[in-house]
Design a protein around this ligand. Structure first.
Ligand SMILES: Cc1ncc(COP(=O)(O)O)c(C=O)c1O
Length: 436
């Protein structure tokens, strides 16, 4: 064990093998730029920008100062019937980055809350248009949409569904798009656009006016990086438009430059009706999520409600928390000033080249990637997921932090990474994978 903590028992860690962690806790006590530091001051290179959060690098003093200033000036405002200027400024800042038309922003505190909020917006919108019978939702196999009730129901990852998946009925899952034909393809695969036609089958199955919205991650992240096949998102868009179904891009991982543009919607040239986001919105320095909404959807809901009452019965005590807004504003300013999305775009070619160079290792089953996001899948060992855990531990011991899901290492460096950082990541990955 790296550090003396009086009692490791009481903190129940999320999505963690608690028994193993408590036998061998792997903790960080500080961070700076591209690195974490362990309690014994060992430097660990961050290959996943925290949890896809810290795109501008860790412990940015501008963000810390903005949050401290905010907490000393106005620590909290009730979020219902009251607000504060930072909330409006941040909504402006976000709307300045989203595709044209998605110009209203609803704040919450996490990606999971953003997803459940977007589901409620979809239901409220259809009810306001007198199509309240639209209460089916569509998502996709292998999707991850957070852990609240709605997002869990949308989830297409079996371990997230098997205990809780029955909580909410009325969810249909498109087939996933991870096809063997696209194995080791850099960027978008050539095969699989027709998988979007599953949506037409669902329309035929449940009725033309029964589906409220389709949720997809433009690049499915948490399941191990599945880049959409060419033409797939366009086809989904087309079918949604044809049948009056809202298209929601869950950009909790893809948003804020990860694909080289502010949002993946722009990288892939497809405009959804809503975008959910979180993580890099505040560089991970404060918990915050948001939903960007087409102006028409906002107006339809607001104008259908009688004057003198709230129009949308939803919100959180901490919606648009002043400290989170301060962190968000400081983060967007860093992205702008340092042109970090353009930097991500420029670095992407080199990054993907390095990641794909690992495909010569016998233990590598697949490599996938787009922008500054890549999945390196190792061949499963005795049981699926065990090798992924082992790989994560080996990398941590070598000095590299990565997020793994199943047997996939998910690489998502901060946009401030240098080529030397990418080289160091590649080298550590090569050495650790070669041991299998
Ligand atoms: C696409 C997507 N949606 C939702 C979430 C949930 O976000 P949070 O953990 O902030 O609730 C995640 C988290 O990784 C995600 O990747």
């Amino acid at each position: 064990m790296d550090m003396k903590v009086s009692n490791l028992e009481r903190h129940w860690l999320p999505f963690t093998n608690n028994r193993e962690f408590k036998r061998e806790p792997r903790m960080f006590v500080r961070a700076s730029g591209m690195h974490y530091f362990t309690p014994s001051d060992r430097k660990v290179l961050d290959g996943s920008a925290g949890l896809f959060t810290s795109a501008a690098g860790h412990c940015r003093p501008e963000i810390a100062a903005a949050v401290a200033r905010q907490l000393e000036t106005l620590d909290f405002t009730p979020s219902f019937q009251r607000s504060h200027p930072g909330a409006f400024e941040l909504a402006d800042g976000v709307a300045g980055l989203t595709p044209e038309g998605l110009d209203h922003v609803f704040f919450c505190n996490s990606g999971s809350e953003a997803v459940d909020t977007a589901m409620k917006i979809a239901l409220a919108y259809h009810l306001a248009r007198k199509e309240g019978q639209r209460n089916y939702f569509v998502s996709r196999e292998r999707a991850y949409h957070g852990v609240n009730i709605g997002g869990t129901a949308l989830s297409g990852m079996v371990r997230n569904r098997e205990v809780f998946g029955a909580l909410m009925p009325g969810i249909l899952h498109l087939r996933h798009t991870l096809l063997p034909e696209n194995r080791l393809t850099r960027g978008m695969g050539a095969k699989g656009a027709e998988l979007a036609d599953d949506l037409t089958r669902f329309v035929n199955l449940v009725g033309e006016k029964r589906i409220a919205a389709v949720f997809v991650e433009p690049i499915a992240g948490s399941t191990g990086v599945i880049v959409p096949p060419r033409g797939y998102l366009e086809r989904l868009r087309e079918i949604c438009t044809r049948y009056g179904i809202l298209l929601v891009f869950d950009e909790v991982i893809c948003g804020f430059g990860r694909t080289g543009e502010p949002f993946a919607a722009e990288s892939f040239g497809v405009t959804p009706d809503l975008i959910t986001m979180a993580k890099a919105l505040t560089n991970g320095a404060q918990p915050m999520g948001a939903v960007a909404v087409q102006g028409d959807i906002y107006r339809t809901i607001v104008e259908a409600a009688p004057e003198g009452t709230p129009e949308f019965f939803h919100g959180y005590t901490y919606s648009a928390h002043p400290a989170a807004c301060a962190a968000g504003l400081a983060t967007l300013e860093i992205y702008r000033k340092e042109q970090l999305f353009a930097r991500a775009r420029e670095l992407s070619g080199y990054f993907l080249e390095q990641m794909f160079s690992l495909s010569d290792l016998p233990a590598v089953a697949d490599v996938r990637g787009f922008g500054l996001l890549a999945g390196i899948e190792v061949r499963a060992g005795k049981a699926a997921g065990v090798r992924g855990q082992e790989l994560q531990a080996k990398l941590y011991d070598r000095g590299l932090h990565v997020k793994t899901t199943g047997d996939v290492a998910i690489m998502a460096p901060a946009f401030i990474a240098s080529r030397a950082d990418i080289d160091a990541m590649t080298q550590m990955l090569r050495e650790a994978i070669a041991e299998f």
